[in-house]
Design a protein. Structure first.
Length: 674
């Protein structure tokens, strides 16, 4: 480059002897620096404005939050609970509660069923010689029927019992009528098992919880055999199987392995497993403790077995002709030439939809491809005969084999469980009425009150629920706090810059911004204007203790506010708009304020518009700064090139001068020697 060449020339003391690079840079800087400083100051000002507007947005968000805490009736339903026996019961009240007094006696807590295993010498002691086995958990089966509403009268038959329905019965009414019929005196549904529990829910579902002794209950027990009403529909589902089985592979046949297997199925079983050292110092101190869920409905028993369920294999060939055949009484249609894999998939789908599979929990079919089906039975199925086939000759070939034969049930004597606690419901007496629940966390006895049962009590606790005016008073006063903080923040943003702290970019960042004053005036108006939903005694916040002092600070008279809440509570709610509906145009002090603040904070609101303008200005100034950089780089190059030419000419002149001087000196020397 020319600048490098001139440096070399200068270094050799040639040319003019001037550092042309420094000279060119000095000339450029004389013009560039003040212009760049001016543009950079505009960028800095825009950045500060963007930051300041961010503070404004945060302030408005907080203002909005303070009003949202007071814009609905639920916000004013804050309750405090006094409890004379906090050792027995812990209570909390939601906005659904109502003021009042209650008597609550905890007679007993809800307990969970607990089962303890025999002891083991170590956490990885081998069980059953390392051979696979199964753990069977027996619980109360839960089944469900879900009904639709009916428009025409008719009769529905559920589990052999006729139920009359009327035109227009809702789904909930249908479920309720079915429940009454199943529980009626002499009903065959409860005559043998009077411990069955039946619940009709408001969504039209009927839930039946069977007795523990019934085990794995067939789906046919709770069934709809006919519907006399044309548009009535019902759907059956099993909520929880009465018998669930955990297969323990050889890799898990240790106490710690069994605990892992059981906990991996905890969501289905409803049981938690722990391996505990009982600290006895004996030879077999490790025991597995199983804990179910609280409540009588969650009682369970557990057994172990080393028996093996039967597994059968079916292998189909290519369809020989078009026709149909039956397997286990289920009809299967085929077309000539269909492949074994198509036929096996069709058989699998048909059997899975039939009672062949649905009536036996745990029975499954798997498709191995190429026409191979595997039927996996359960231990409770026992020694199962092969499925019967009919009309199959000349249609398709099938080969049936026993992949794994059933082995008789045999429990593991070295690994068994014993009950150490039965499941039971919590028993309470609430306002003189005896009630029971399956959990120690209860929220459906006293409306809006959640009760956590801690311990049985010898006497009833006196519980008083009252409106929490203290917390409401603080929420209302928070409006004044937020406003005063806003005024202080806005004074800093719109005031002079802080010259003493160069890192303070917020002070003065919105100096001269009229939009901020507009926002502040709007906020002030929200707090001093009349409510659009005035009450008989209150039309504005000033009527409940708010006032502006001569310095513009919003103050609240605590006594006046407390008196309003204690003596005219409903009117205060009305003043803030808590009783306004979603369709009302007048929404009170809080509702109207939230609406206005939403507008300010929207994508088209004043804050976003000002921010967009500041960001646009900043981008334009940054572009201008980049243009200046390019311009002055070109000017520096031009100055450097021009000075290089000048330096070369000076060098040439100096060389000619030196040459002439030498010639003259030689001539003078020649003449002076004569």
């Amino acid at each position: 480059m020319a600048t490098d060449n001139t440096n070399i020339v200068s270094a050799l003391n040639a040319g003019s002897g001037i550092n042309i690079k420094e000279l060119a840079q000095a000339l450029v800087d004389a013009e560039k620096v003040p212009r760049e400083s001016l543009v950079q100051s505009k960028i800095d000002k825009s950045s500060a404005k963007i930051s300041g507007l961010g503070i404004v947005k945060n302030v408005l968000d907080r203002f909005k939050g303070a009003f949202q805490n007071l814009d609905s009736a639920a916000d004013f339903k804050k309750f405090s609970v006094s409890n004379s026996n906090s050792a027995a019961i812990n209570l909390s009240a939601s906005f659904l509660a109502s003021p009042g007094s209650h008597s609550i006696e905890v007679q007993s807590l809800a307990l969970a069923s607990r089962q303890r295993s025999t002891g083991f010498s170590a956490t990885k002691a081998e069980i059953n010689g390392g051979e696979p086995f199964a753990i069977q958990v027996k619980t109360r089966e839960i089944q469900q029927l879900s009904f639709s509403a009916v428009s025409a009268a008719g009769t529905i038959t559920v589990s052999g019992i006729n139920v009359a329905l009327a035109a227009g019965d809702s789904a909930a009414t249908v479920a309720s009528k079915v429940k009454e019929a199943l529980e009626a005196g002499g009903s065959s549904f409860v005559s043998t098992y009077d411990g069955r529990q039946i619940e009709a829910k408001s969504d039209g579902s009927l839930i039946v919880t069977y007795e523990l002794a019934e085990g794995d209950v067939s789906t046919s027990v709770l069934s709809v055999s006919s519907t006399g009403s044309s548009d009535l529909t019902s759907t059956f589902s099993t909520v929880r199987n009465g018998m669930q089985e955990i297969n323990v592979g050889s890799a898990s046949t240790t106490p710690i392995g069994i605990v892992t297997e059981l906990n991996s199925a905890a969501s289905t079983l409803g049981i938690n497993a722990q391996l505990i050292n009982d600290g006895s110092g004996g030879t077999d101190p490790y025991k597995i403790l199983l804990t179910g869920q609280t409540g009588e409905d969650n009682e369970f028993t557990i057994t172990t077995t080393s028996s093996q369920p039967e597994v059968q294999s079916l292998a189909f060939g290519t369809a020989q002709s078009t026709g149909s055949f039956t397997v286990a009484g289920v009809s299967i249609a085929v077309s000539a030439g269909e492949s074994p894999s198509i036929i096996s998939a069709r058989v699998k789908s048909a059997l899975e939809a039939d009672s062949f599979i649905t009536s036996s929990a745990g029975r499954t079919i798997s498709d191995g491809g190429n026409g191979q089906l595997t039927i996996n039975y359960t231990r409770s199925d026992g020694d199962v005969a092969f499925p019967t086939f009919a009309d199959i000759s000349g249609v398709v070939d099938v080969t049936i084999s026993e992949s794994s034969a059933f082995s008789a049930n045999s429990s593991l004597a070295a690994f068994s469980f014993s009950s150490i606690q039965s499941a039971s419901d919590a028993k309470l007496v609430v306002d003189g009425m005896s009630v029971s629940r399956g959990s120690n966390l209860i929220g459906d006895i006293v409306q809006g009150v959640t009760m956590e049962l801690l311990a049985p009590s010898s006497a009833a606790a006196t519980v008083n629920i009252s409106t929490d005016t203290a917390s409401l008073q603080e929420a209302i006063k928070d409006l004044a706090t937020v406003y005063n903080e806003t005024v202080s923040d806005f004074d800093i943003l719109t005031g002079p810059a802080n010259r003493e702290d160069p890192d303070d970019i917020l002070s003065g960042s919105l100096y001269g911004e009229t939009s901020v004053r507009t926002i502040q005036n709007s906020l002030r108006s929200m707090l001093i204007s009349n409510s659009t939903t005035p009450s008989e005694n209150f039309s504005a916040l000033r009527d409940i203790g708010f006032s502006l002092d001569r310095n513009g600070i919003l103050t609240v008279d605590d006594d006046k506010l407390r008196n309003a809440l204690e003596n005219n509570f409903d009117e205060v709610v009305t003043l803030f708009g808590g009783n306004a509906s979603s369709t009302d145009t007048a929404k009170g002090i809080s509702g109207d304020a939230v609406k206005k603040l939403d507008g300010m904070l929207s994508t088209s609101g004043i804050v976003k518009r000002q921010t967009n303008t500041a960001e646009s200005d900043k981008s334009r100034y940054e572009s201008d700064l980049e243009d200046l950089k390019v311009r002055y780089e070109a000017l520096l190059e031009r100055y450097t090139r021009q000075f290089a030419v000048m330096d070369a000419l000076v060098s040439q002149y100096n060389s000619t001068r030196t040459s002439l001087q030498g010639s003259f000196d030689a001539m003078l020397s020649m003449y002076s020697n004569k």
